[in-house]
Design a protein around this ligand. Structure first.
Ligand code: FAD
Length: 117
């Protein structure tokens, strides 16, 4: 059904956006607790992702490419890579991961400035 395909695509779009934006905001120098939290989040995200087929496939992708949570740049590069694995499977265009740097912006840089006031 076309409507289902549209809903599935919208869910995917929103989910990738959240995931990549989280990576862009992950600390450059995370604490051990930050890294553990991100790793758990990714595994739970894969397990609880509402599209069952997608979740099953993505859990296999995680087994092959375990989350890299040592820093913002490794986490962002990892997420870009696994998204490309999904893109490839769905016959979508590959994203150039060297361009990931400023692509995802939460629009919340001023949060930190406000917090200091
Ligand atoms: P999306 O893949 O949603 O990407 C959104 C935007 O992100 C793109 O327009 C581009 O600007 C950017 N982008 C693209 N590639 C990358 C990258 N590598 N790194 C960073 N940014 C990038 N759909 C299925 O039909 N079957 C599945 O098995 C399936 N599994 C999924 C598993 C997960 C974990 C998720 C989150 C989604 C899954 N989806 C699946 C949905 C699918 O990946 C797409 O989200 C959906 O098809 C919509 O595609 P899109 O063309 O809008 O771009």
């Amino acid at each position: 059904k076309l409507e289902n395909a549209i809903l599935k695509a919208e869910l995917g779009n929103a989910s990738w956006k959240l995931l990549h934006t989280m990576m862009a905001k992950f600390p450059d120098k995370p604490s051990a607790d930050d890294s553990t939290a991100l790793k758990s989040y990714i595994h739970l995200f894969a397990r609880l992702y509402p599209c069952g087929d997608c979740a099953q496939h993505f859990q296999k992708v995680l087994e092959k490419y375990p989350p890299q949570v040592a820093s913002r740049s490794t986490a962002a590069a990892w997420a870009c890579h696994v998204h490309n694995v999904v893109n490839k499977r769905l016959k979508k265009k590959e994203f150039d991961c060297s361009k990931i740097g400023d692509f995802y912006d939460c629009g919340c840089a001023e949060d930190e400035a406000d917090a200091k006031k």
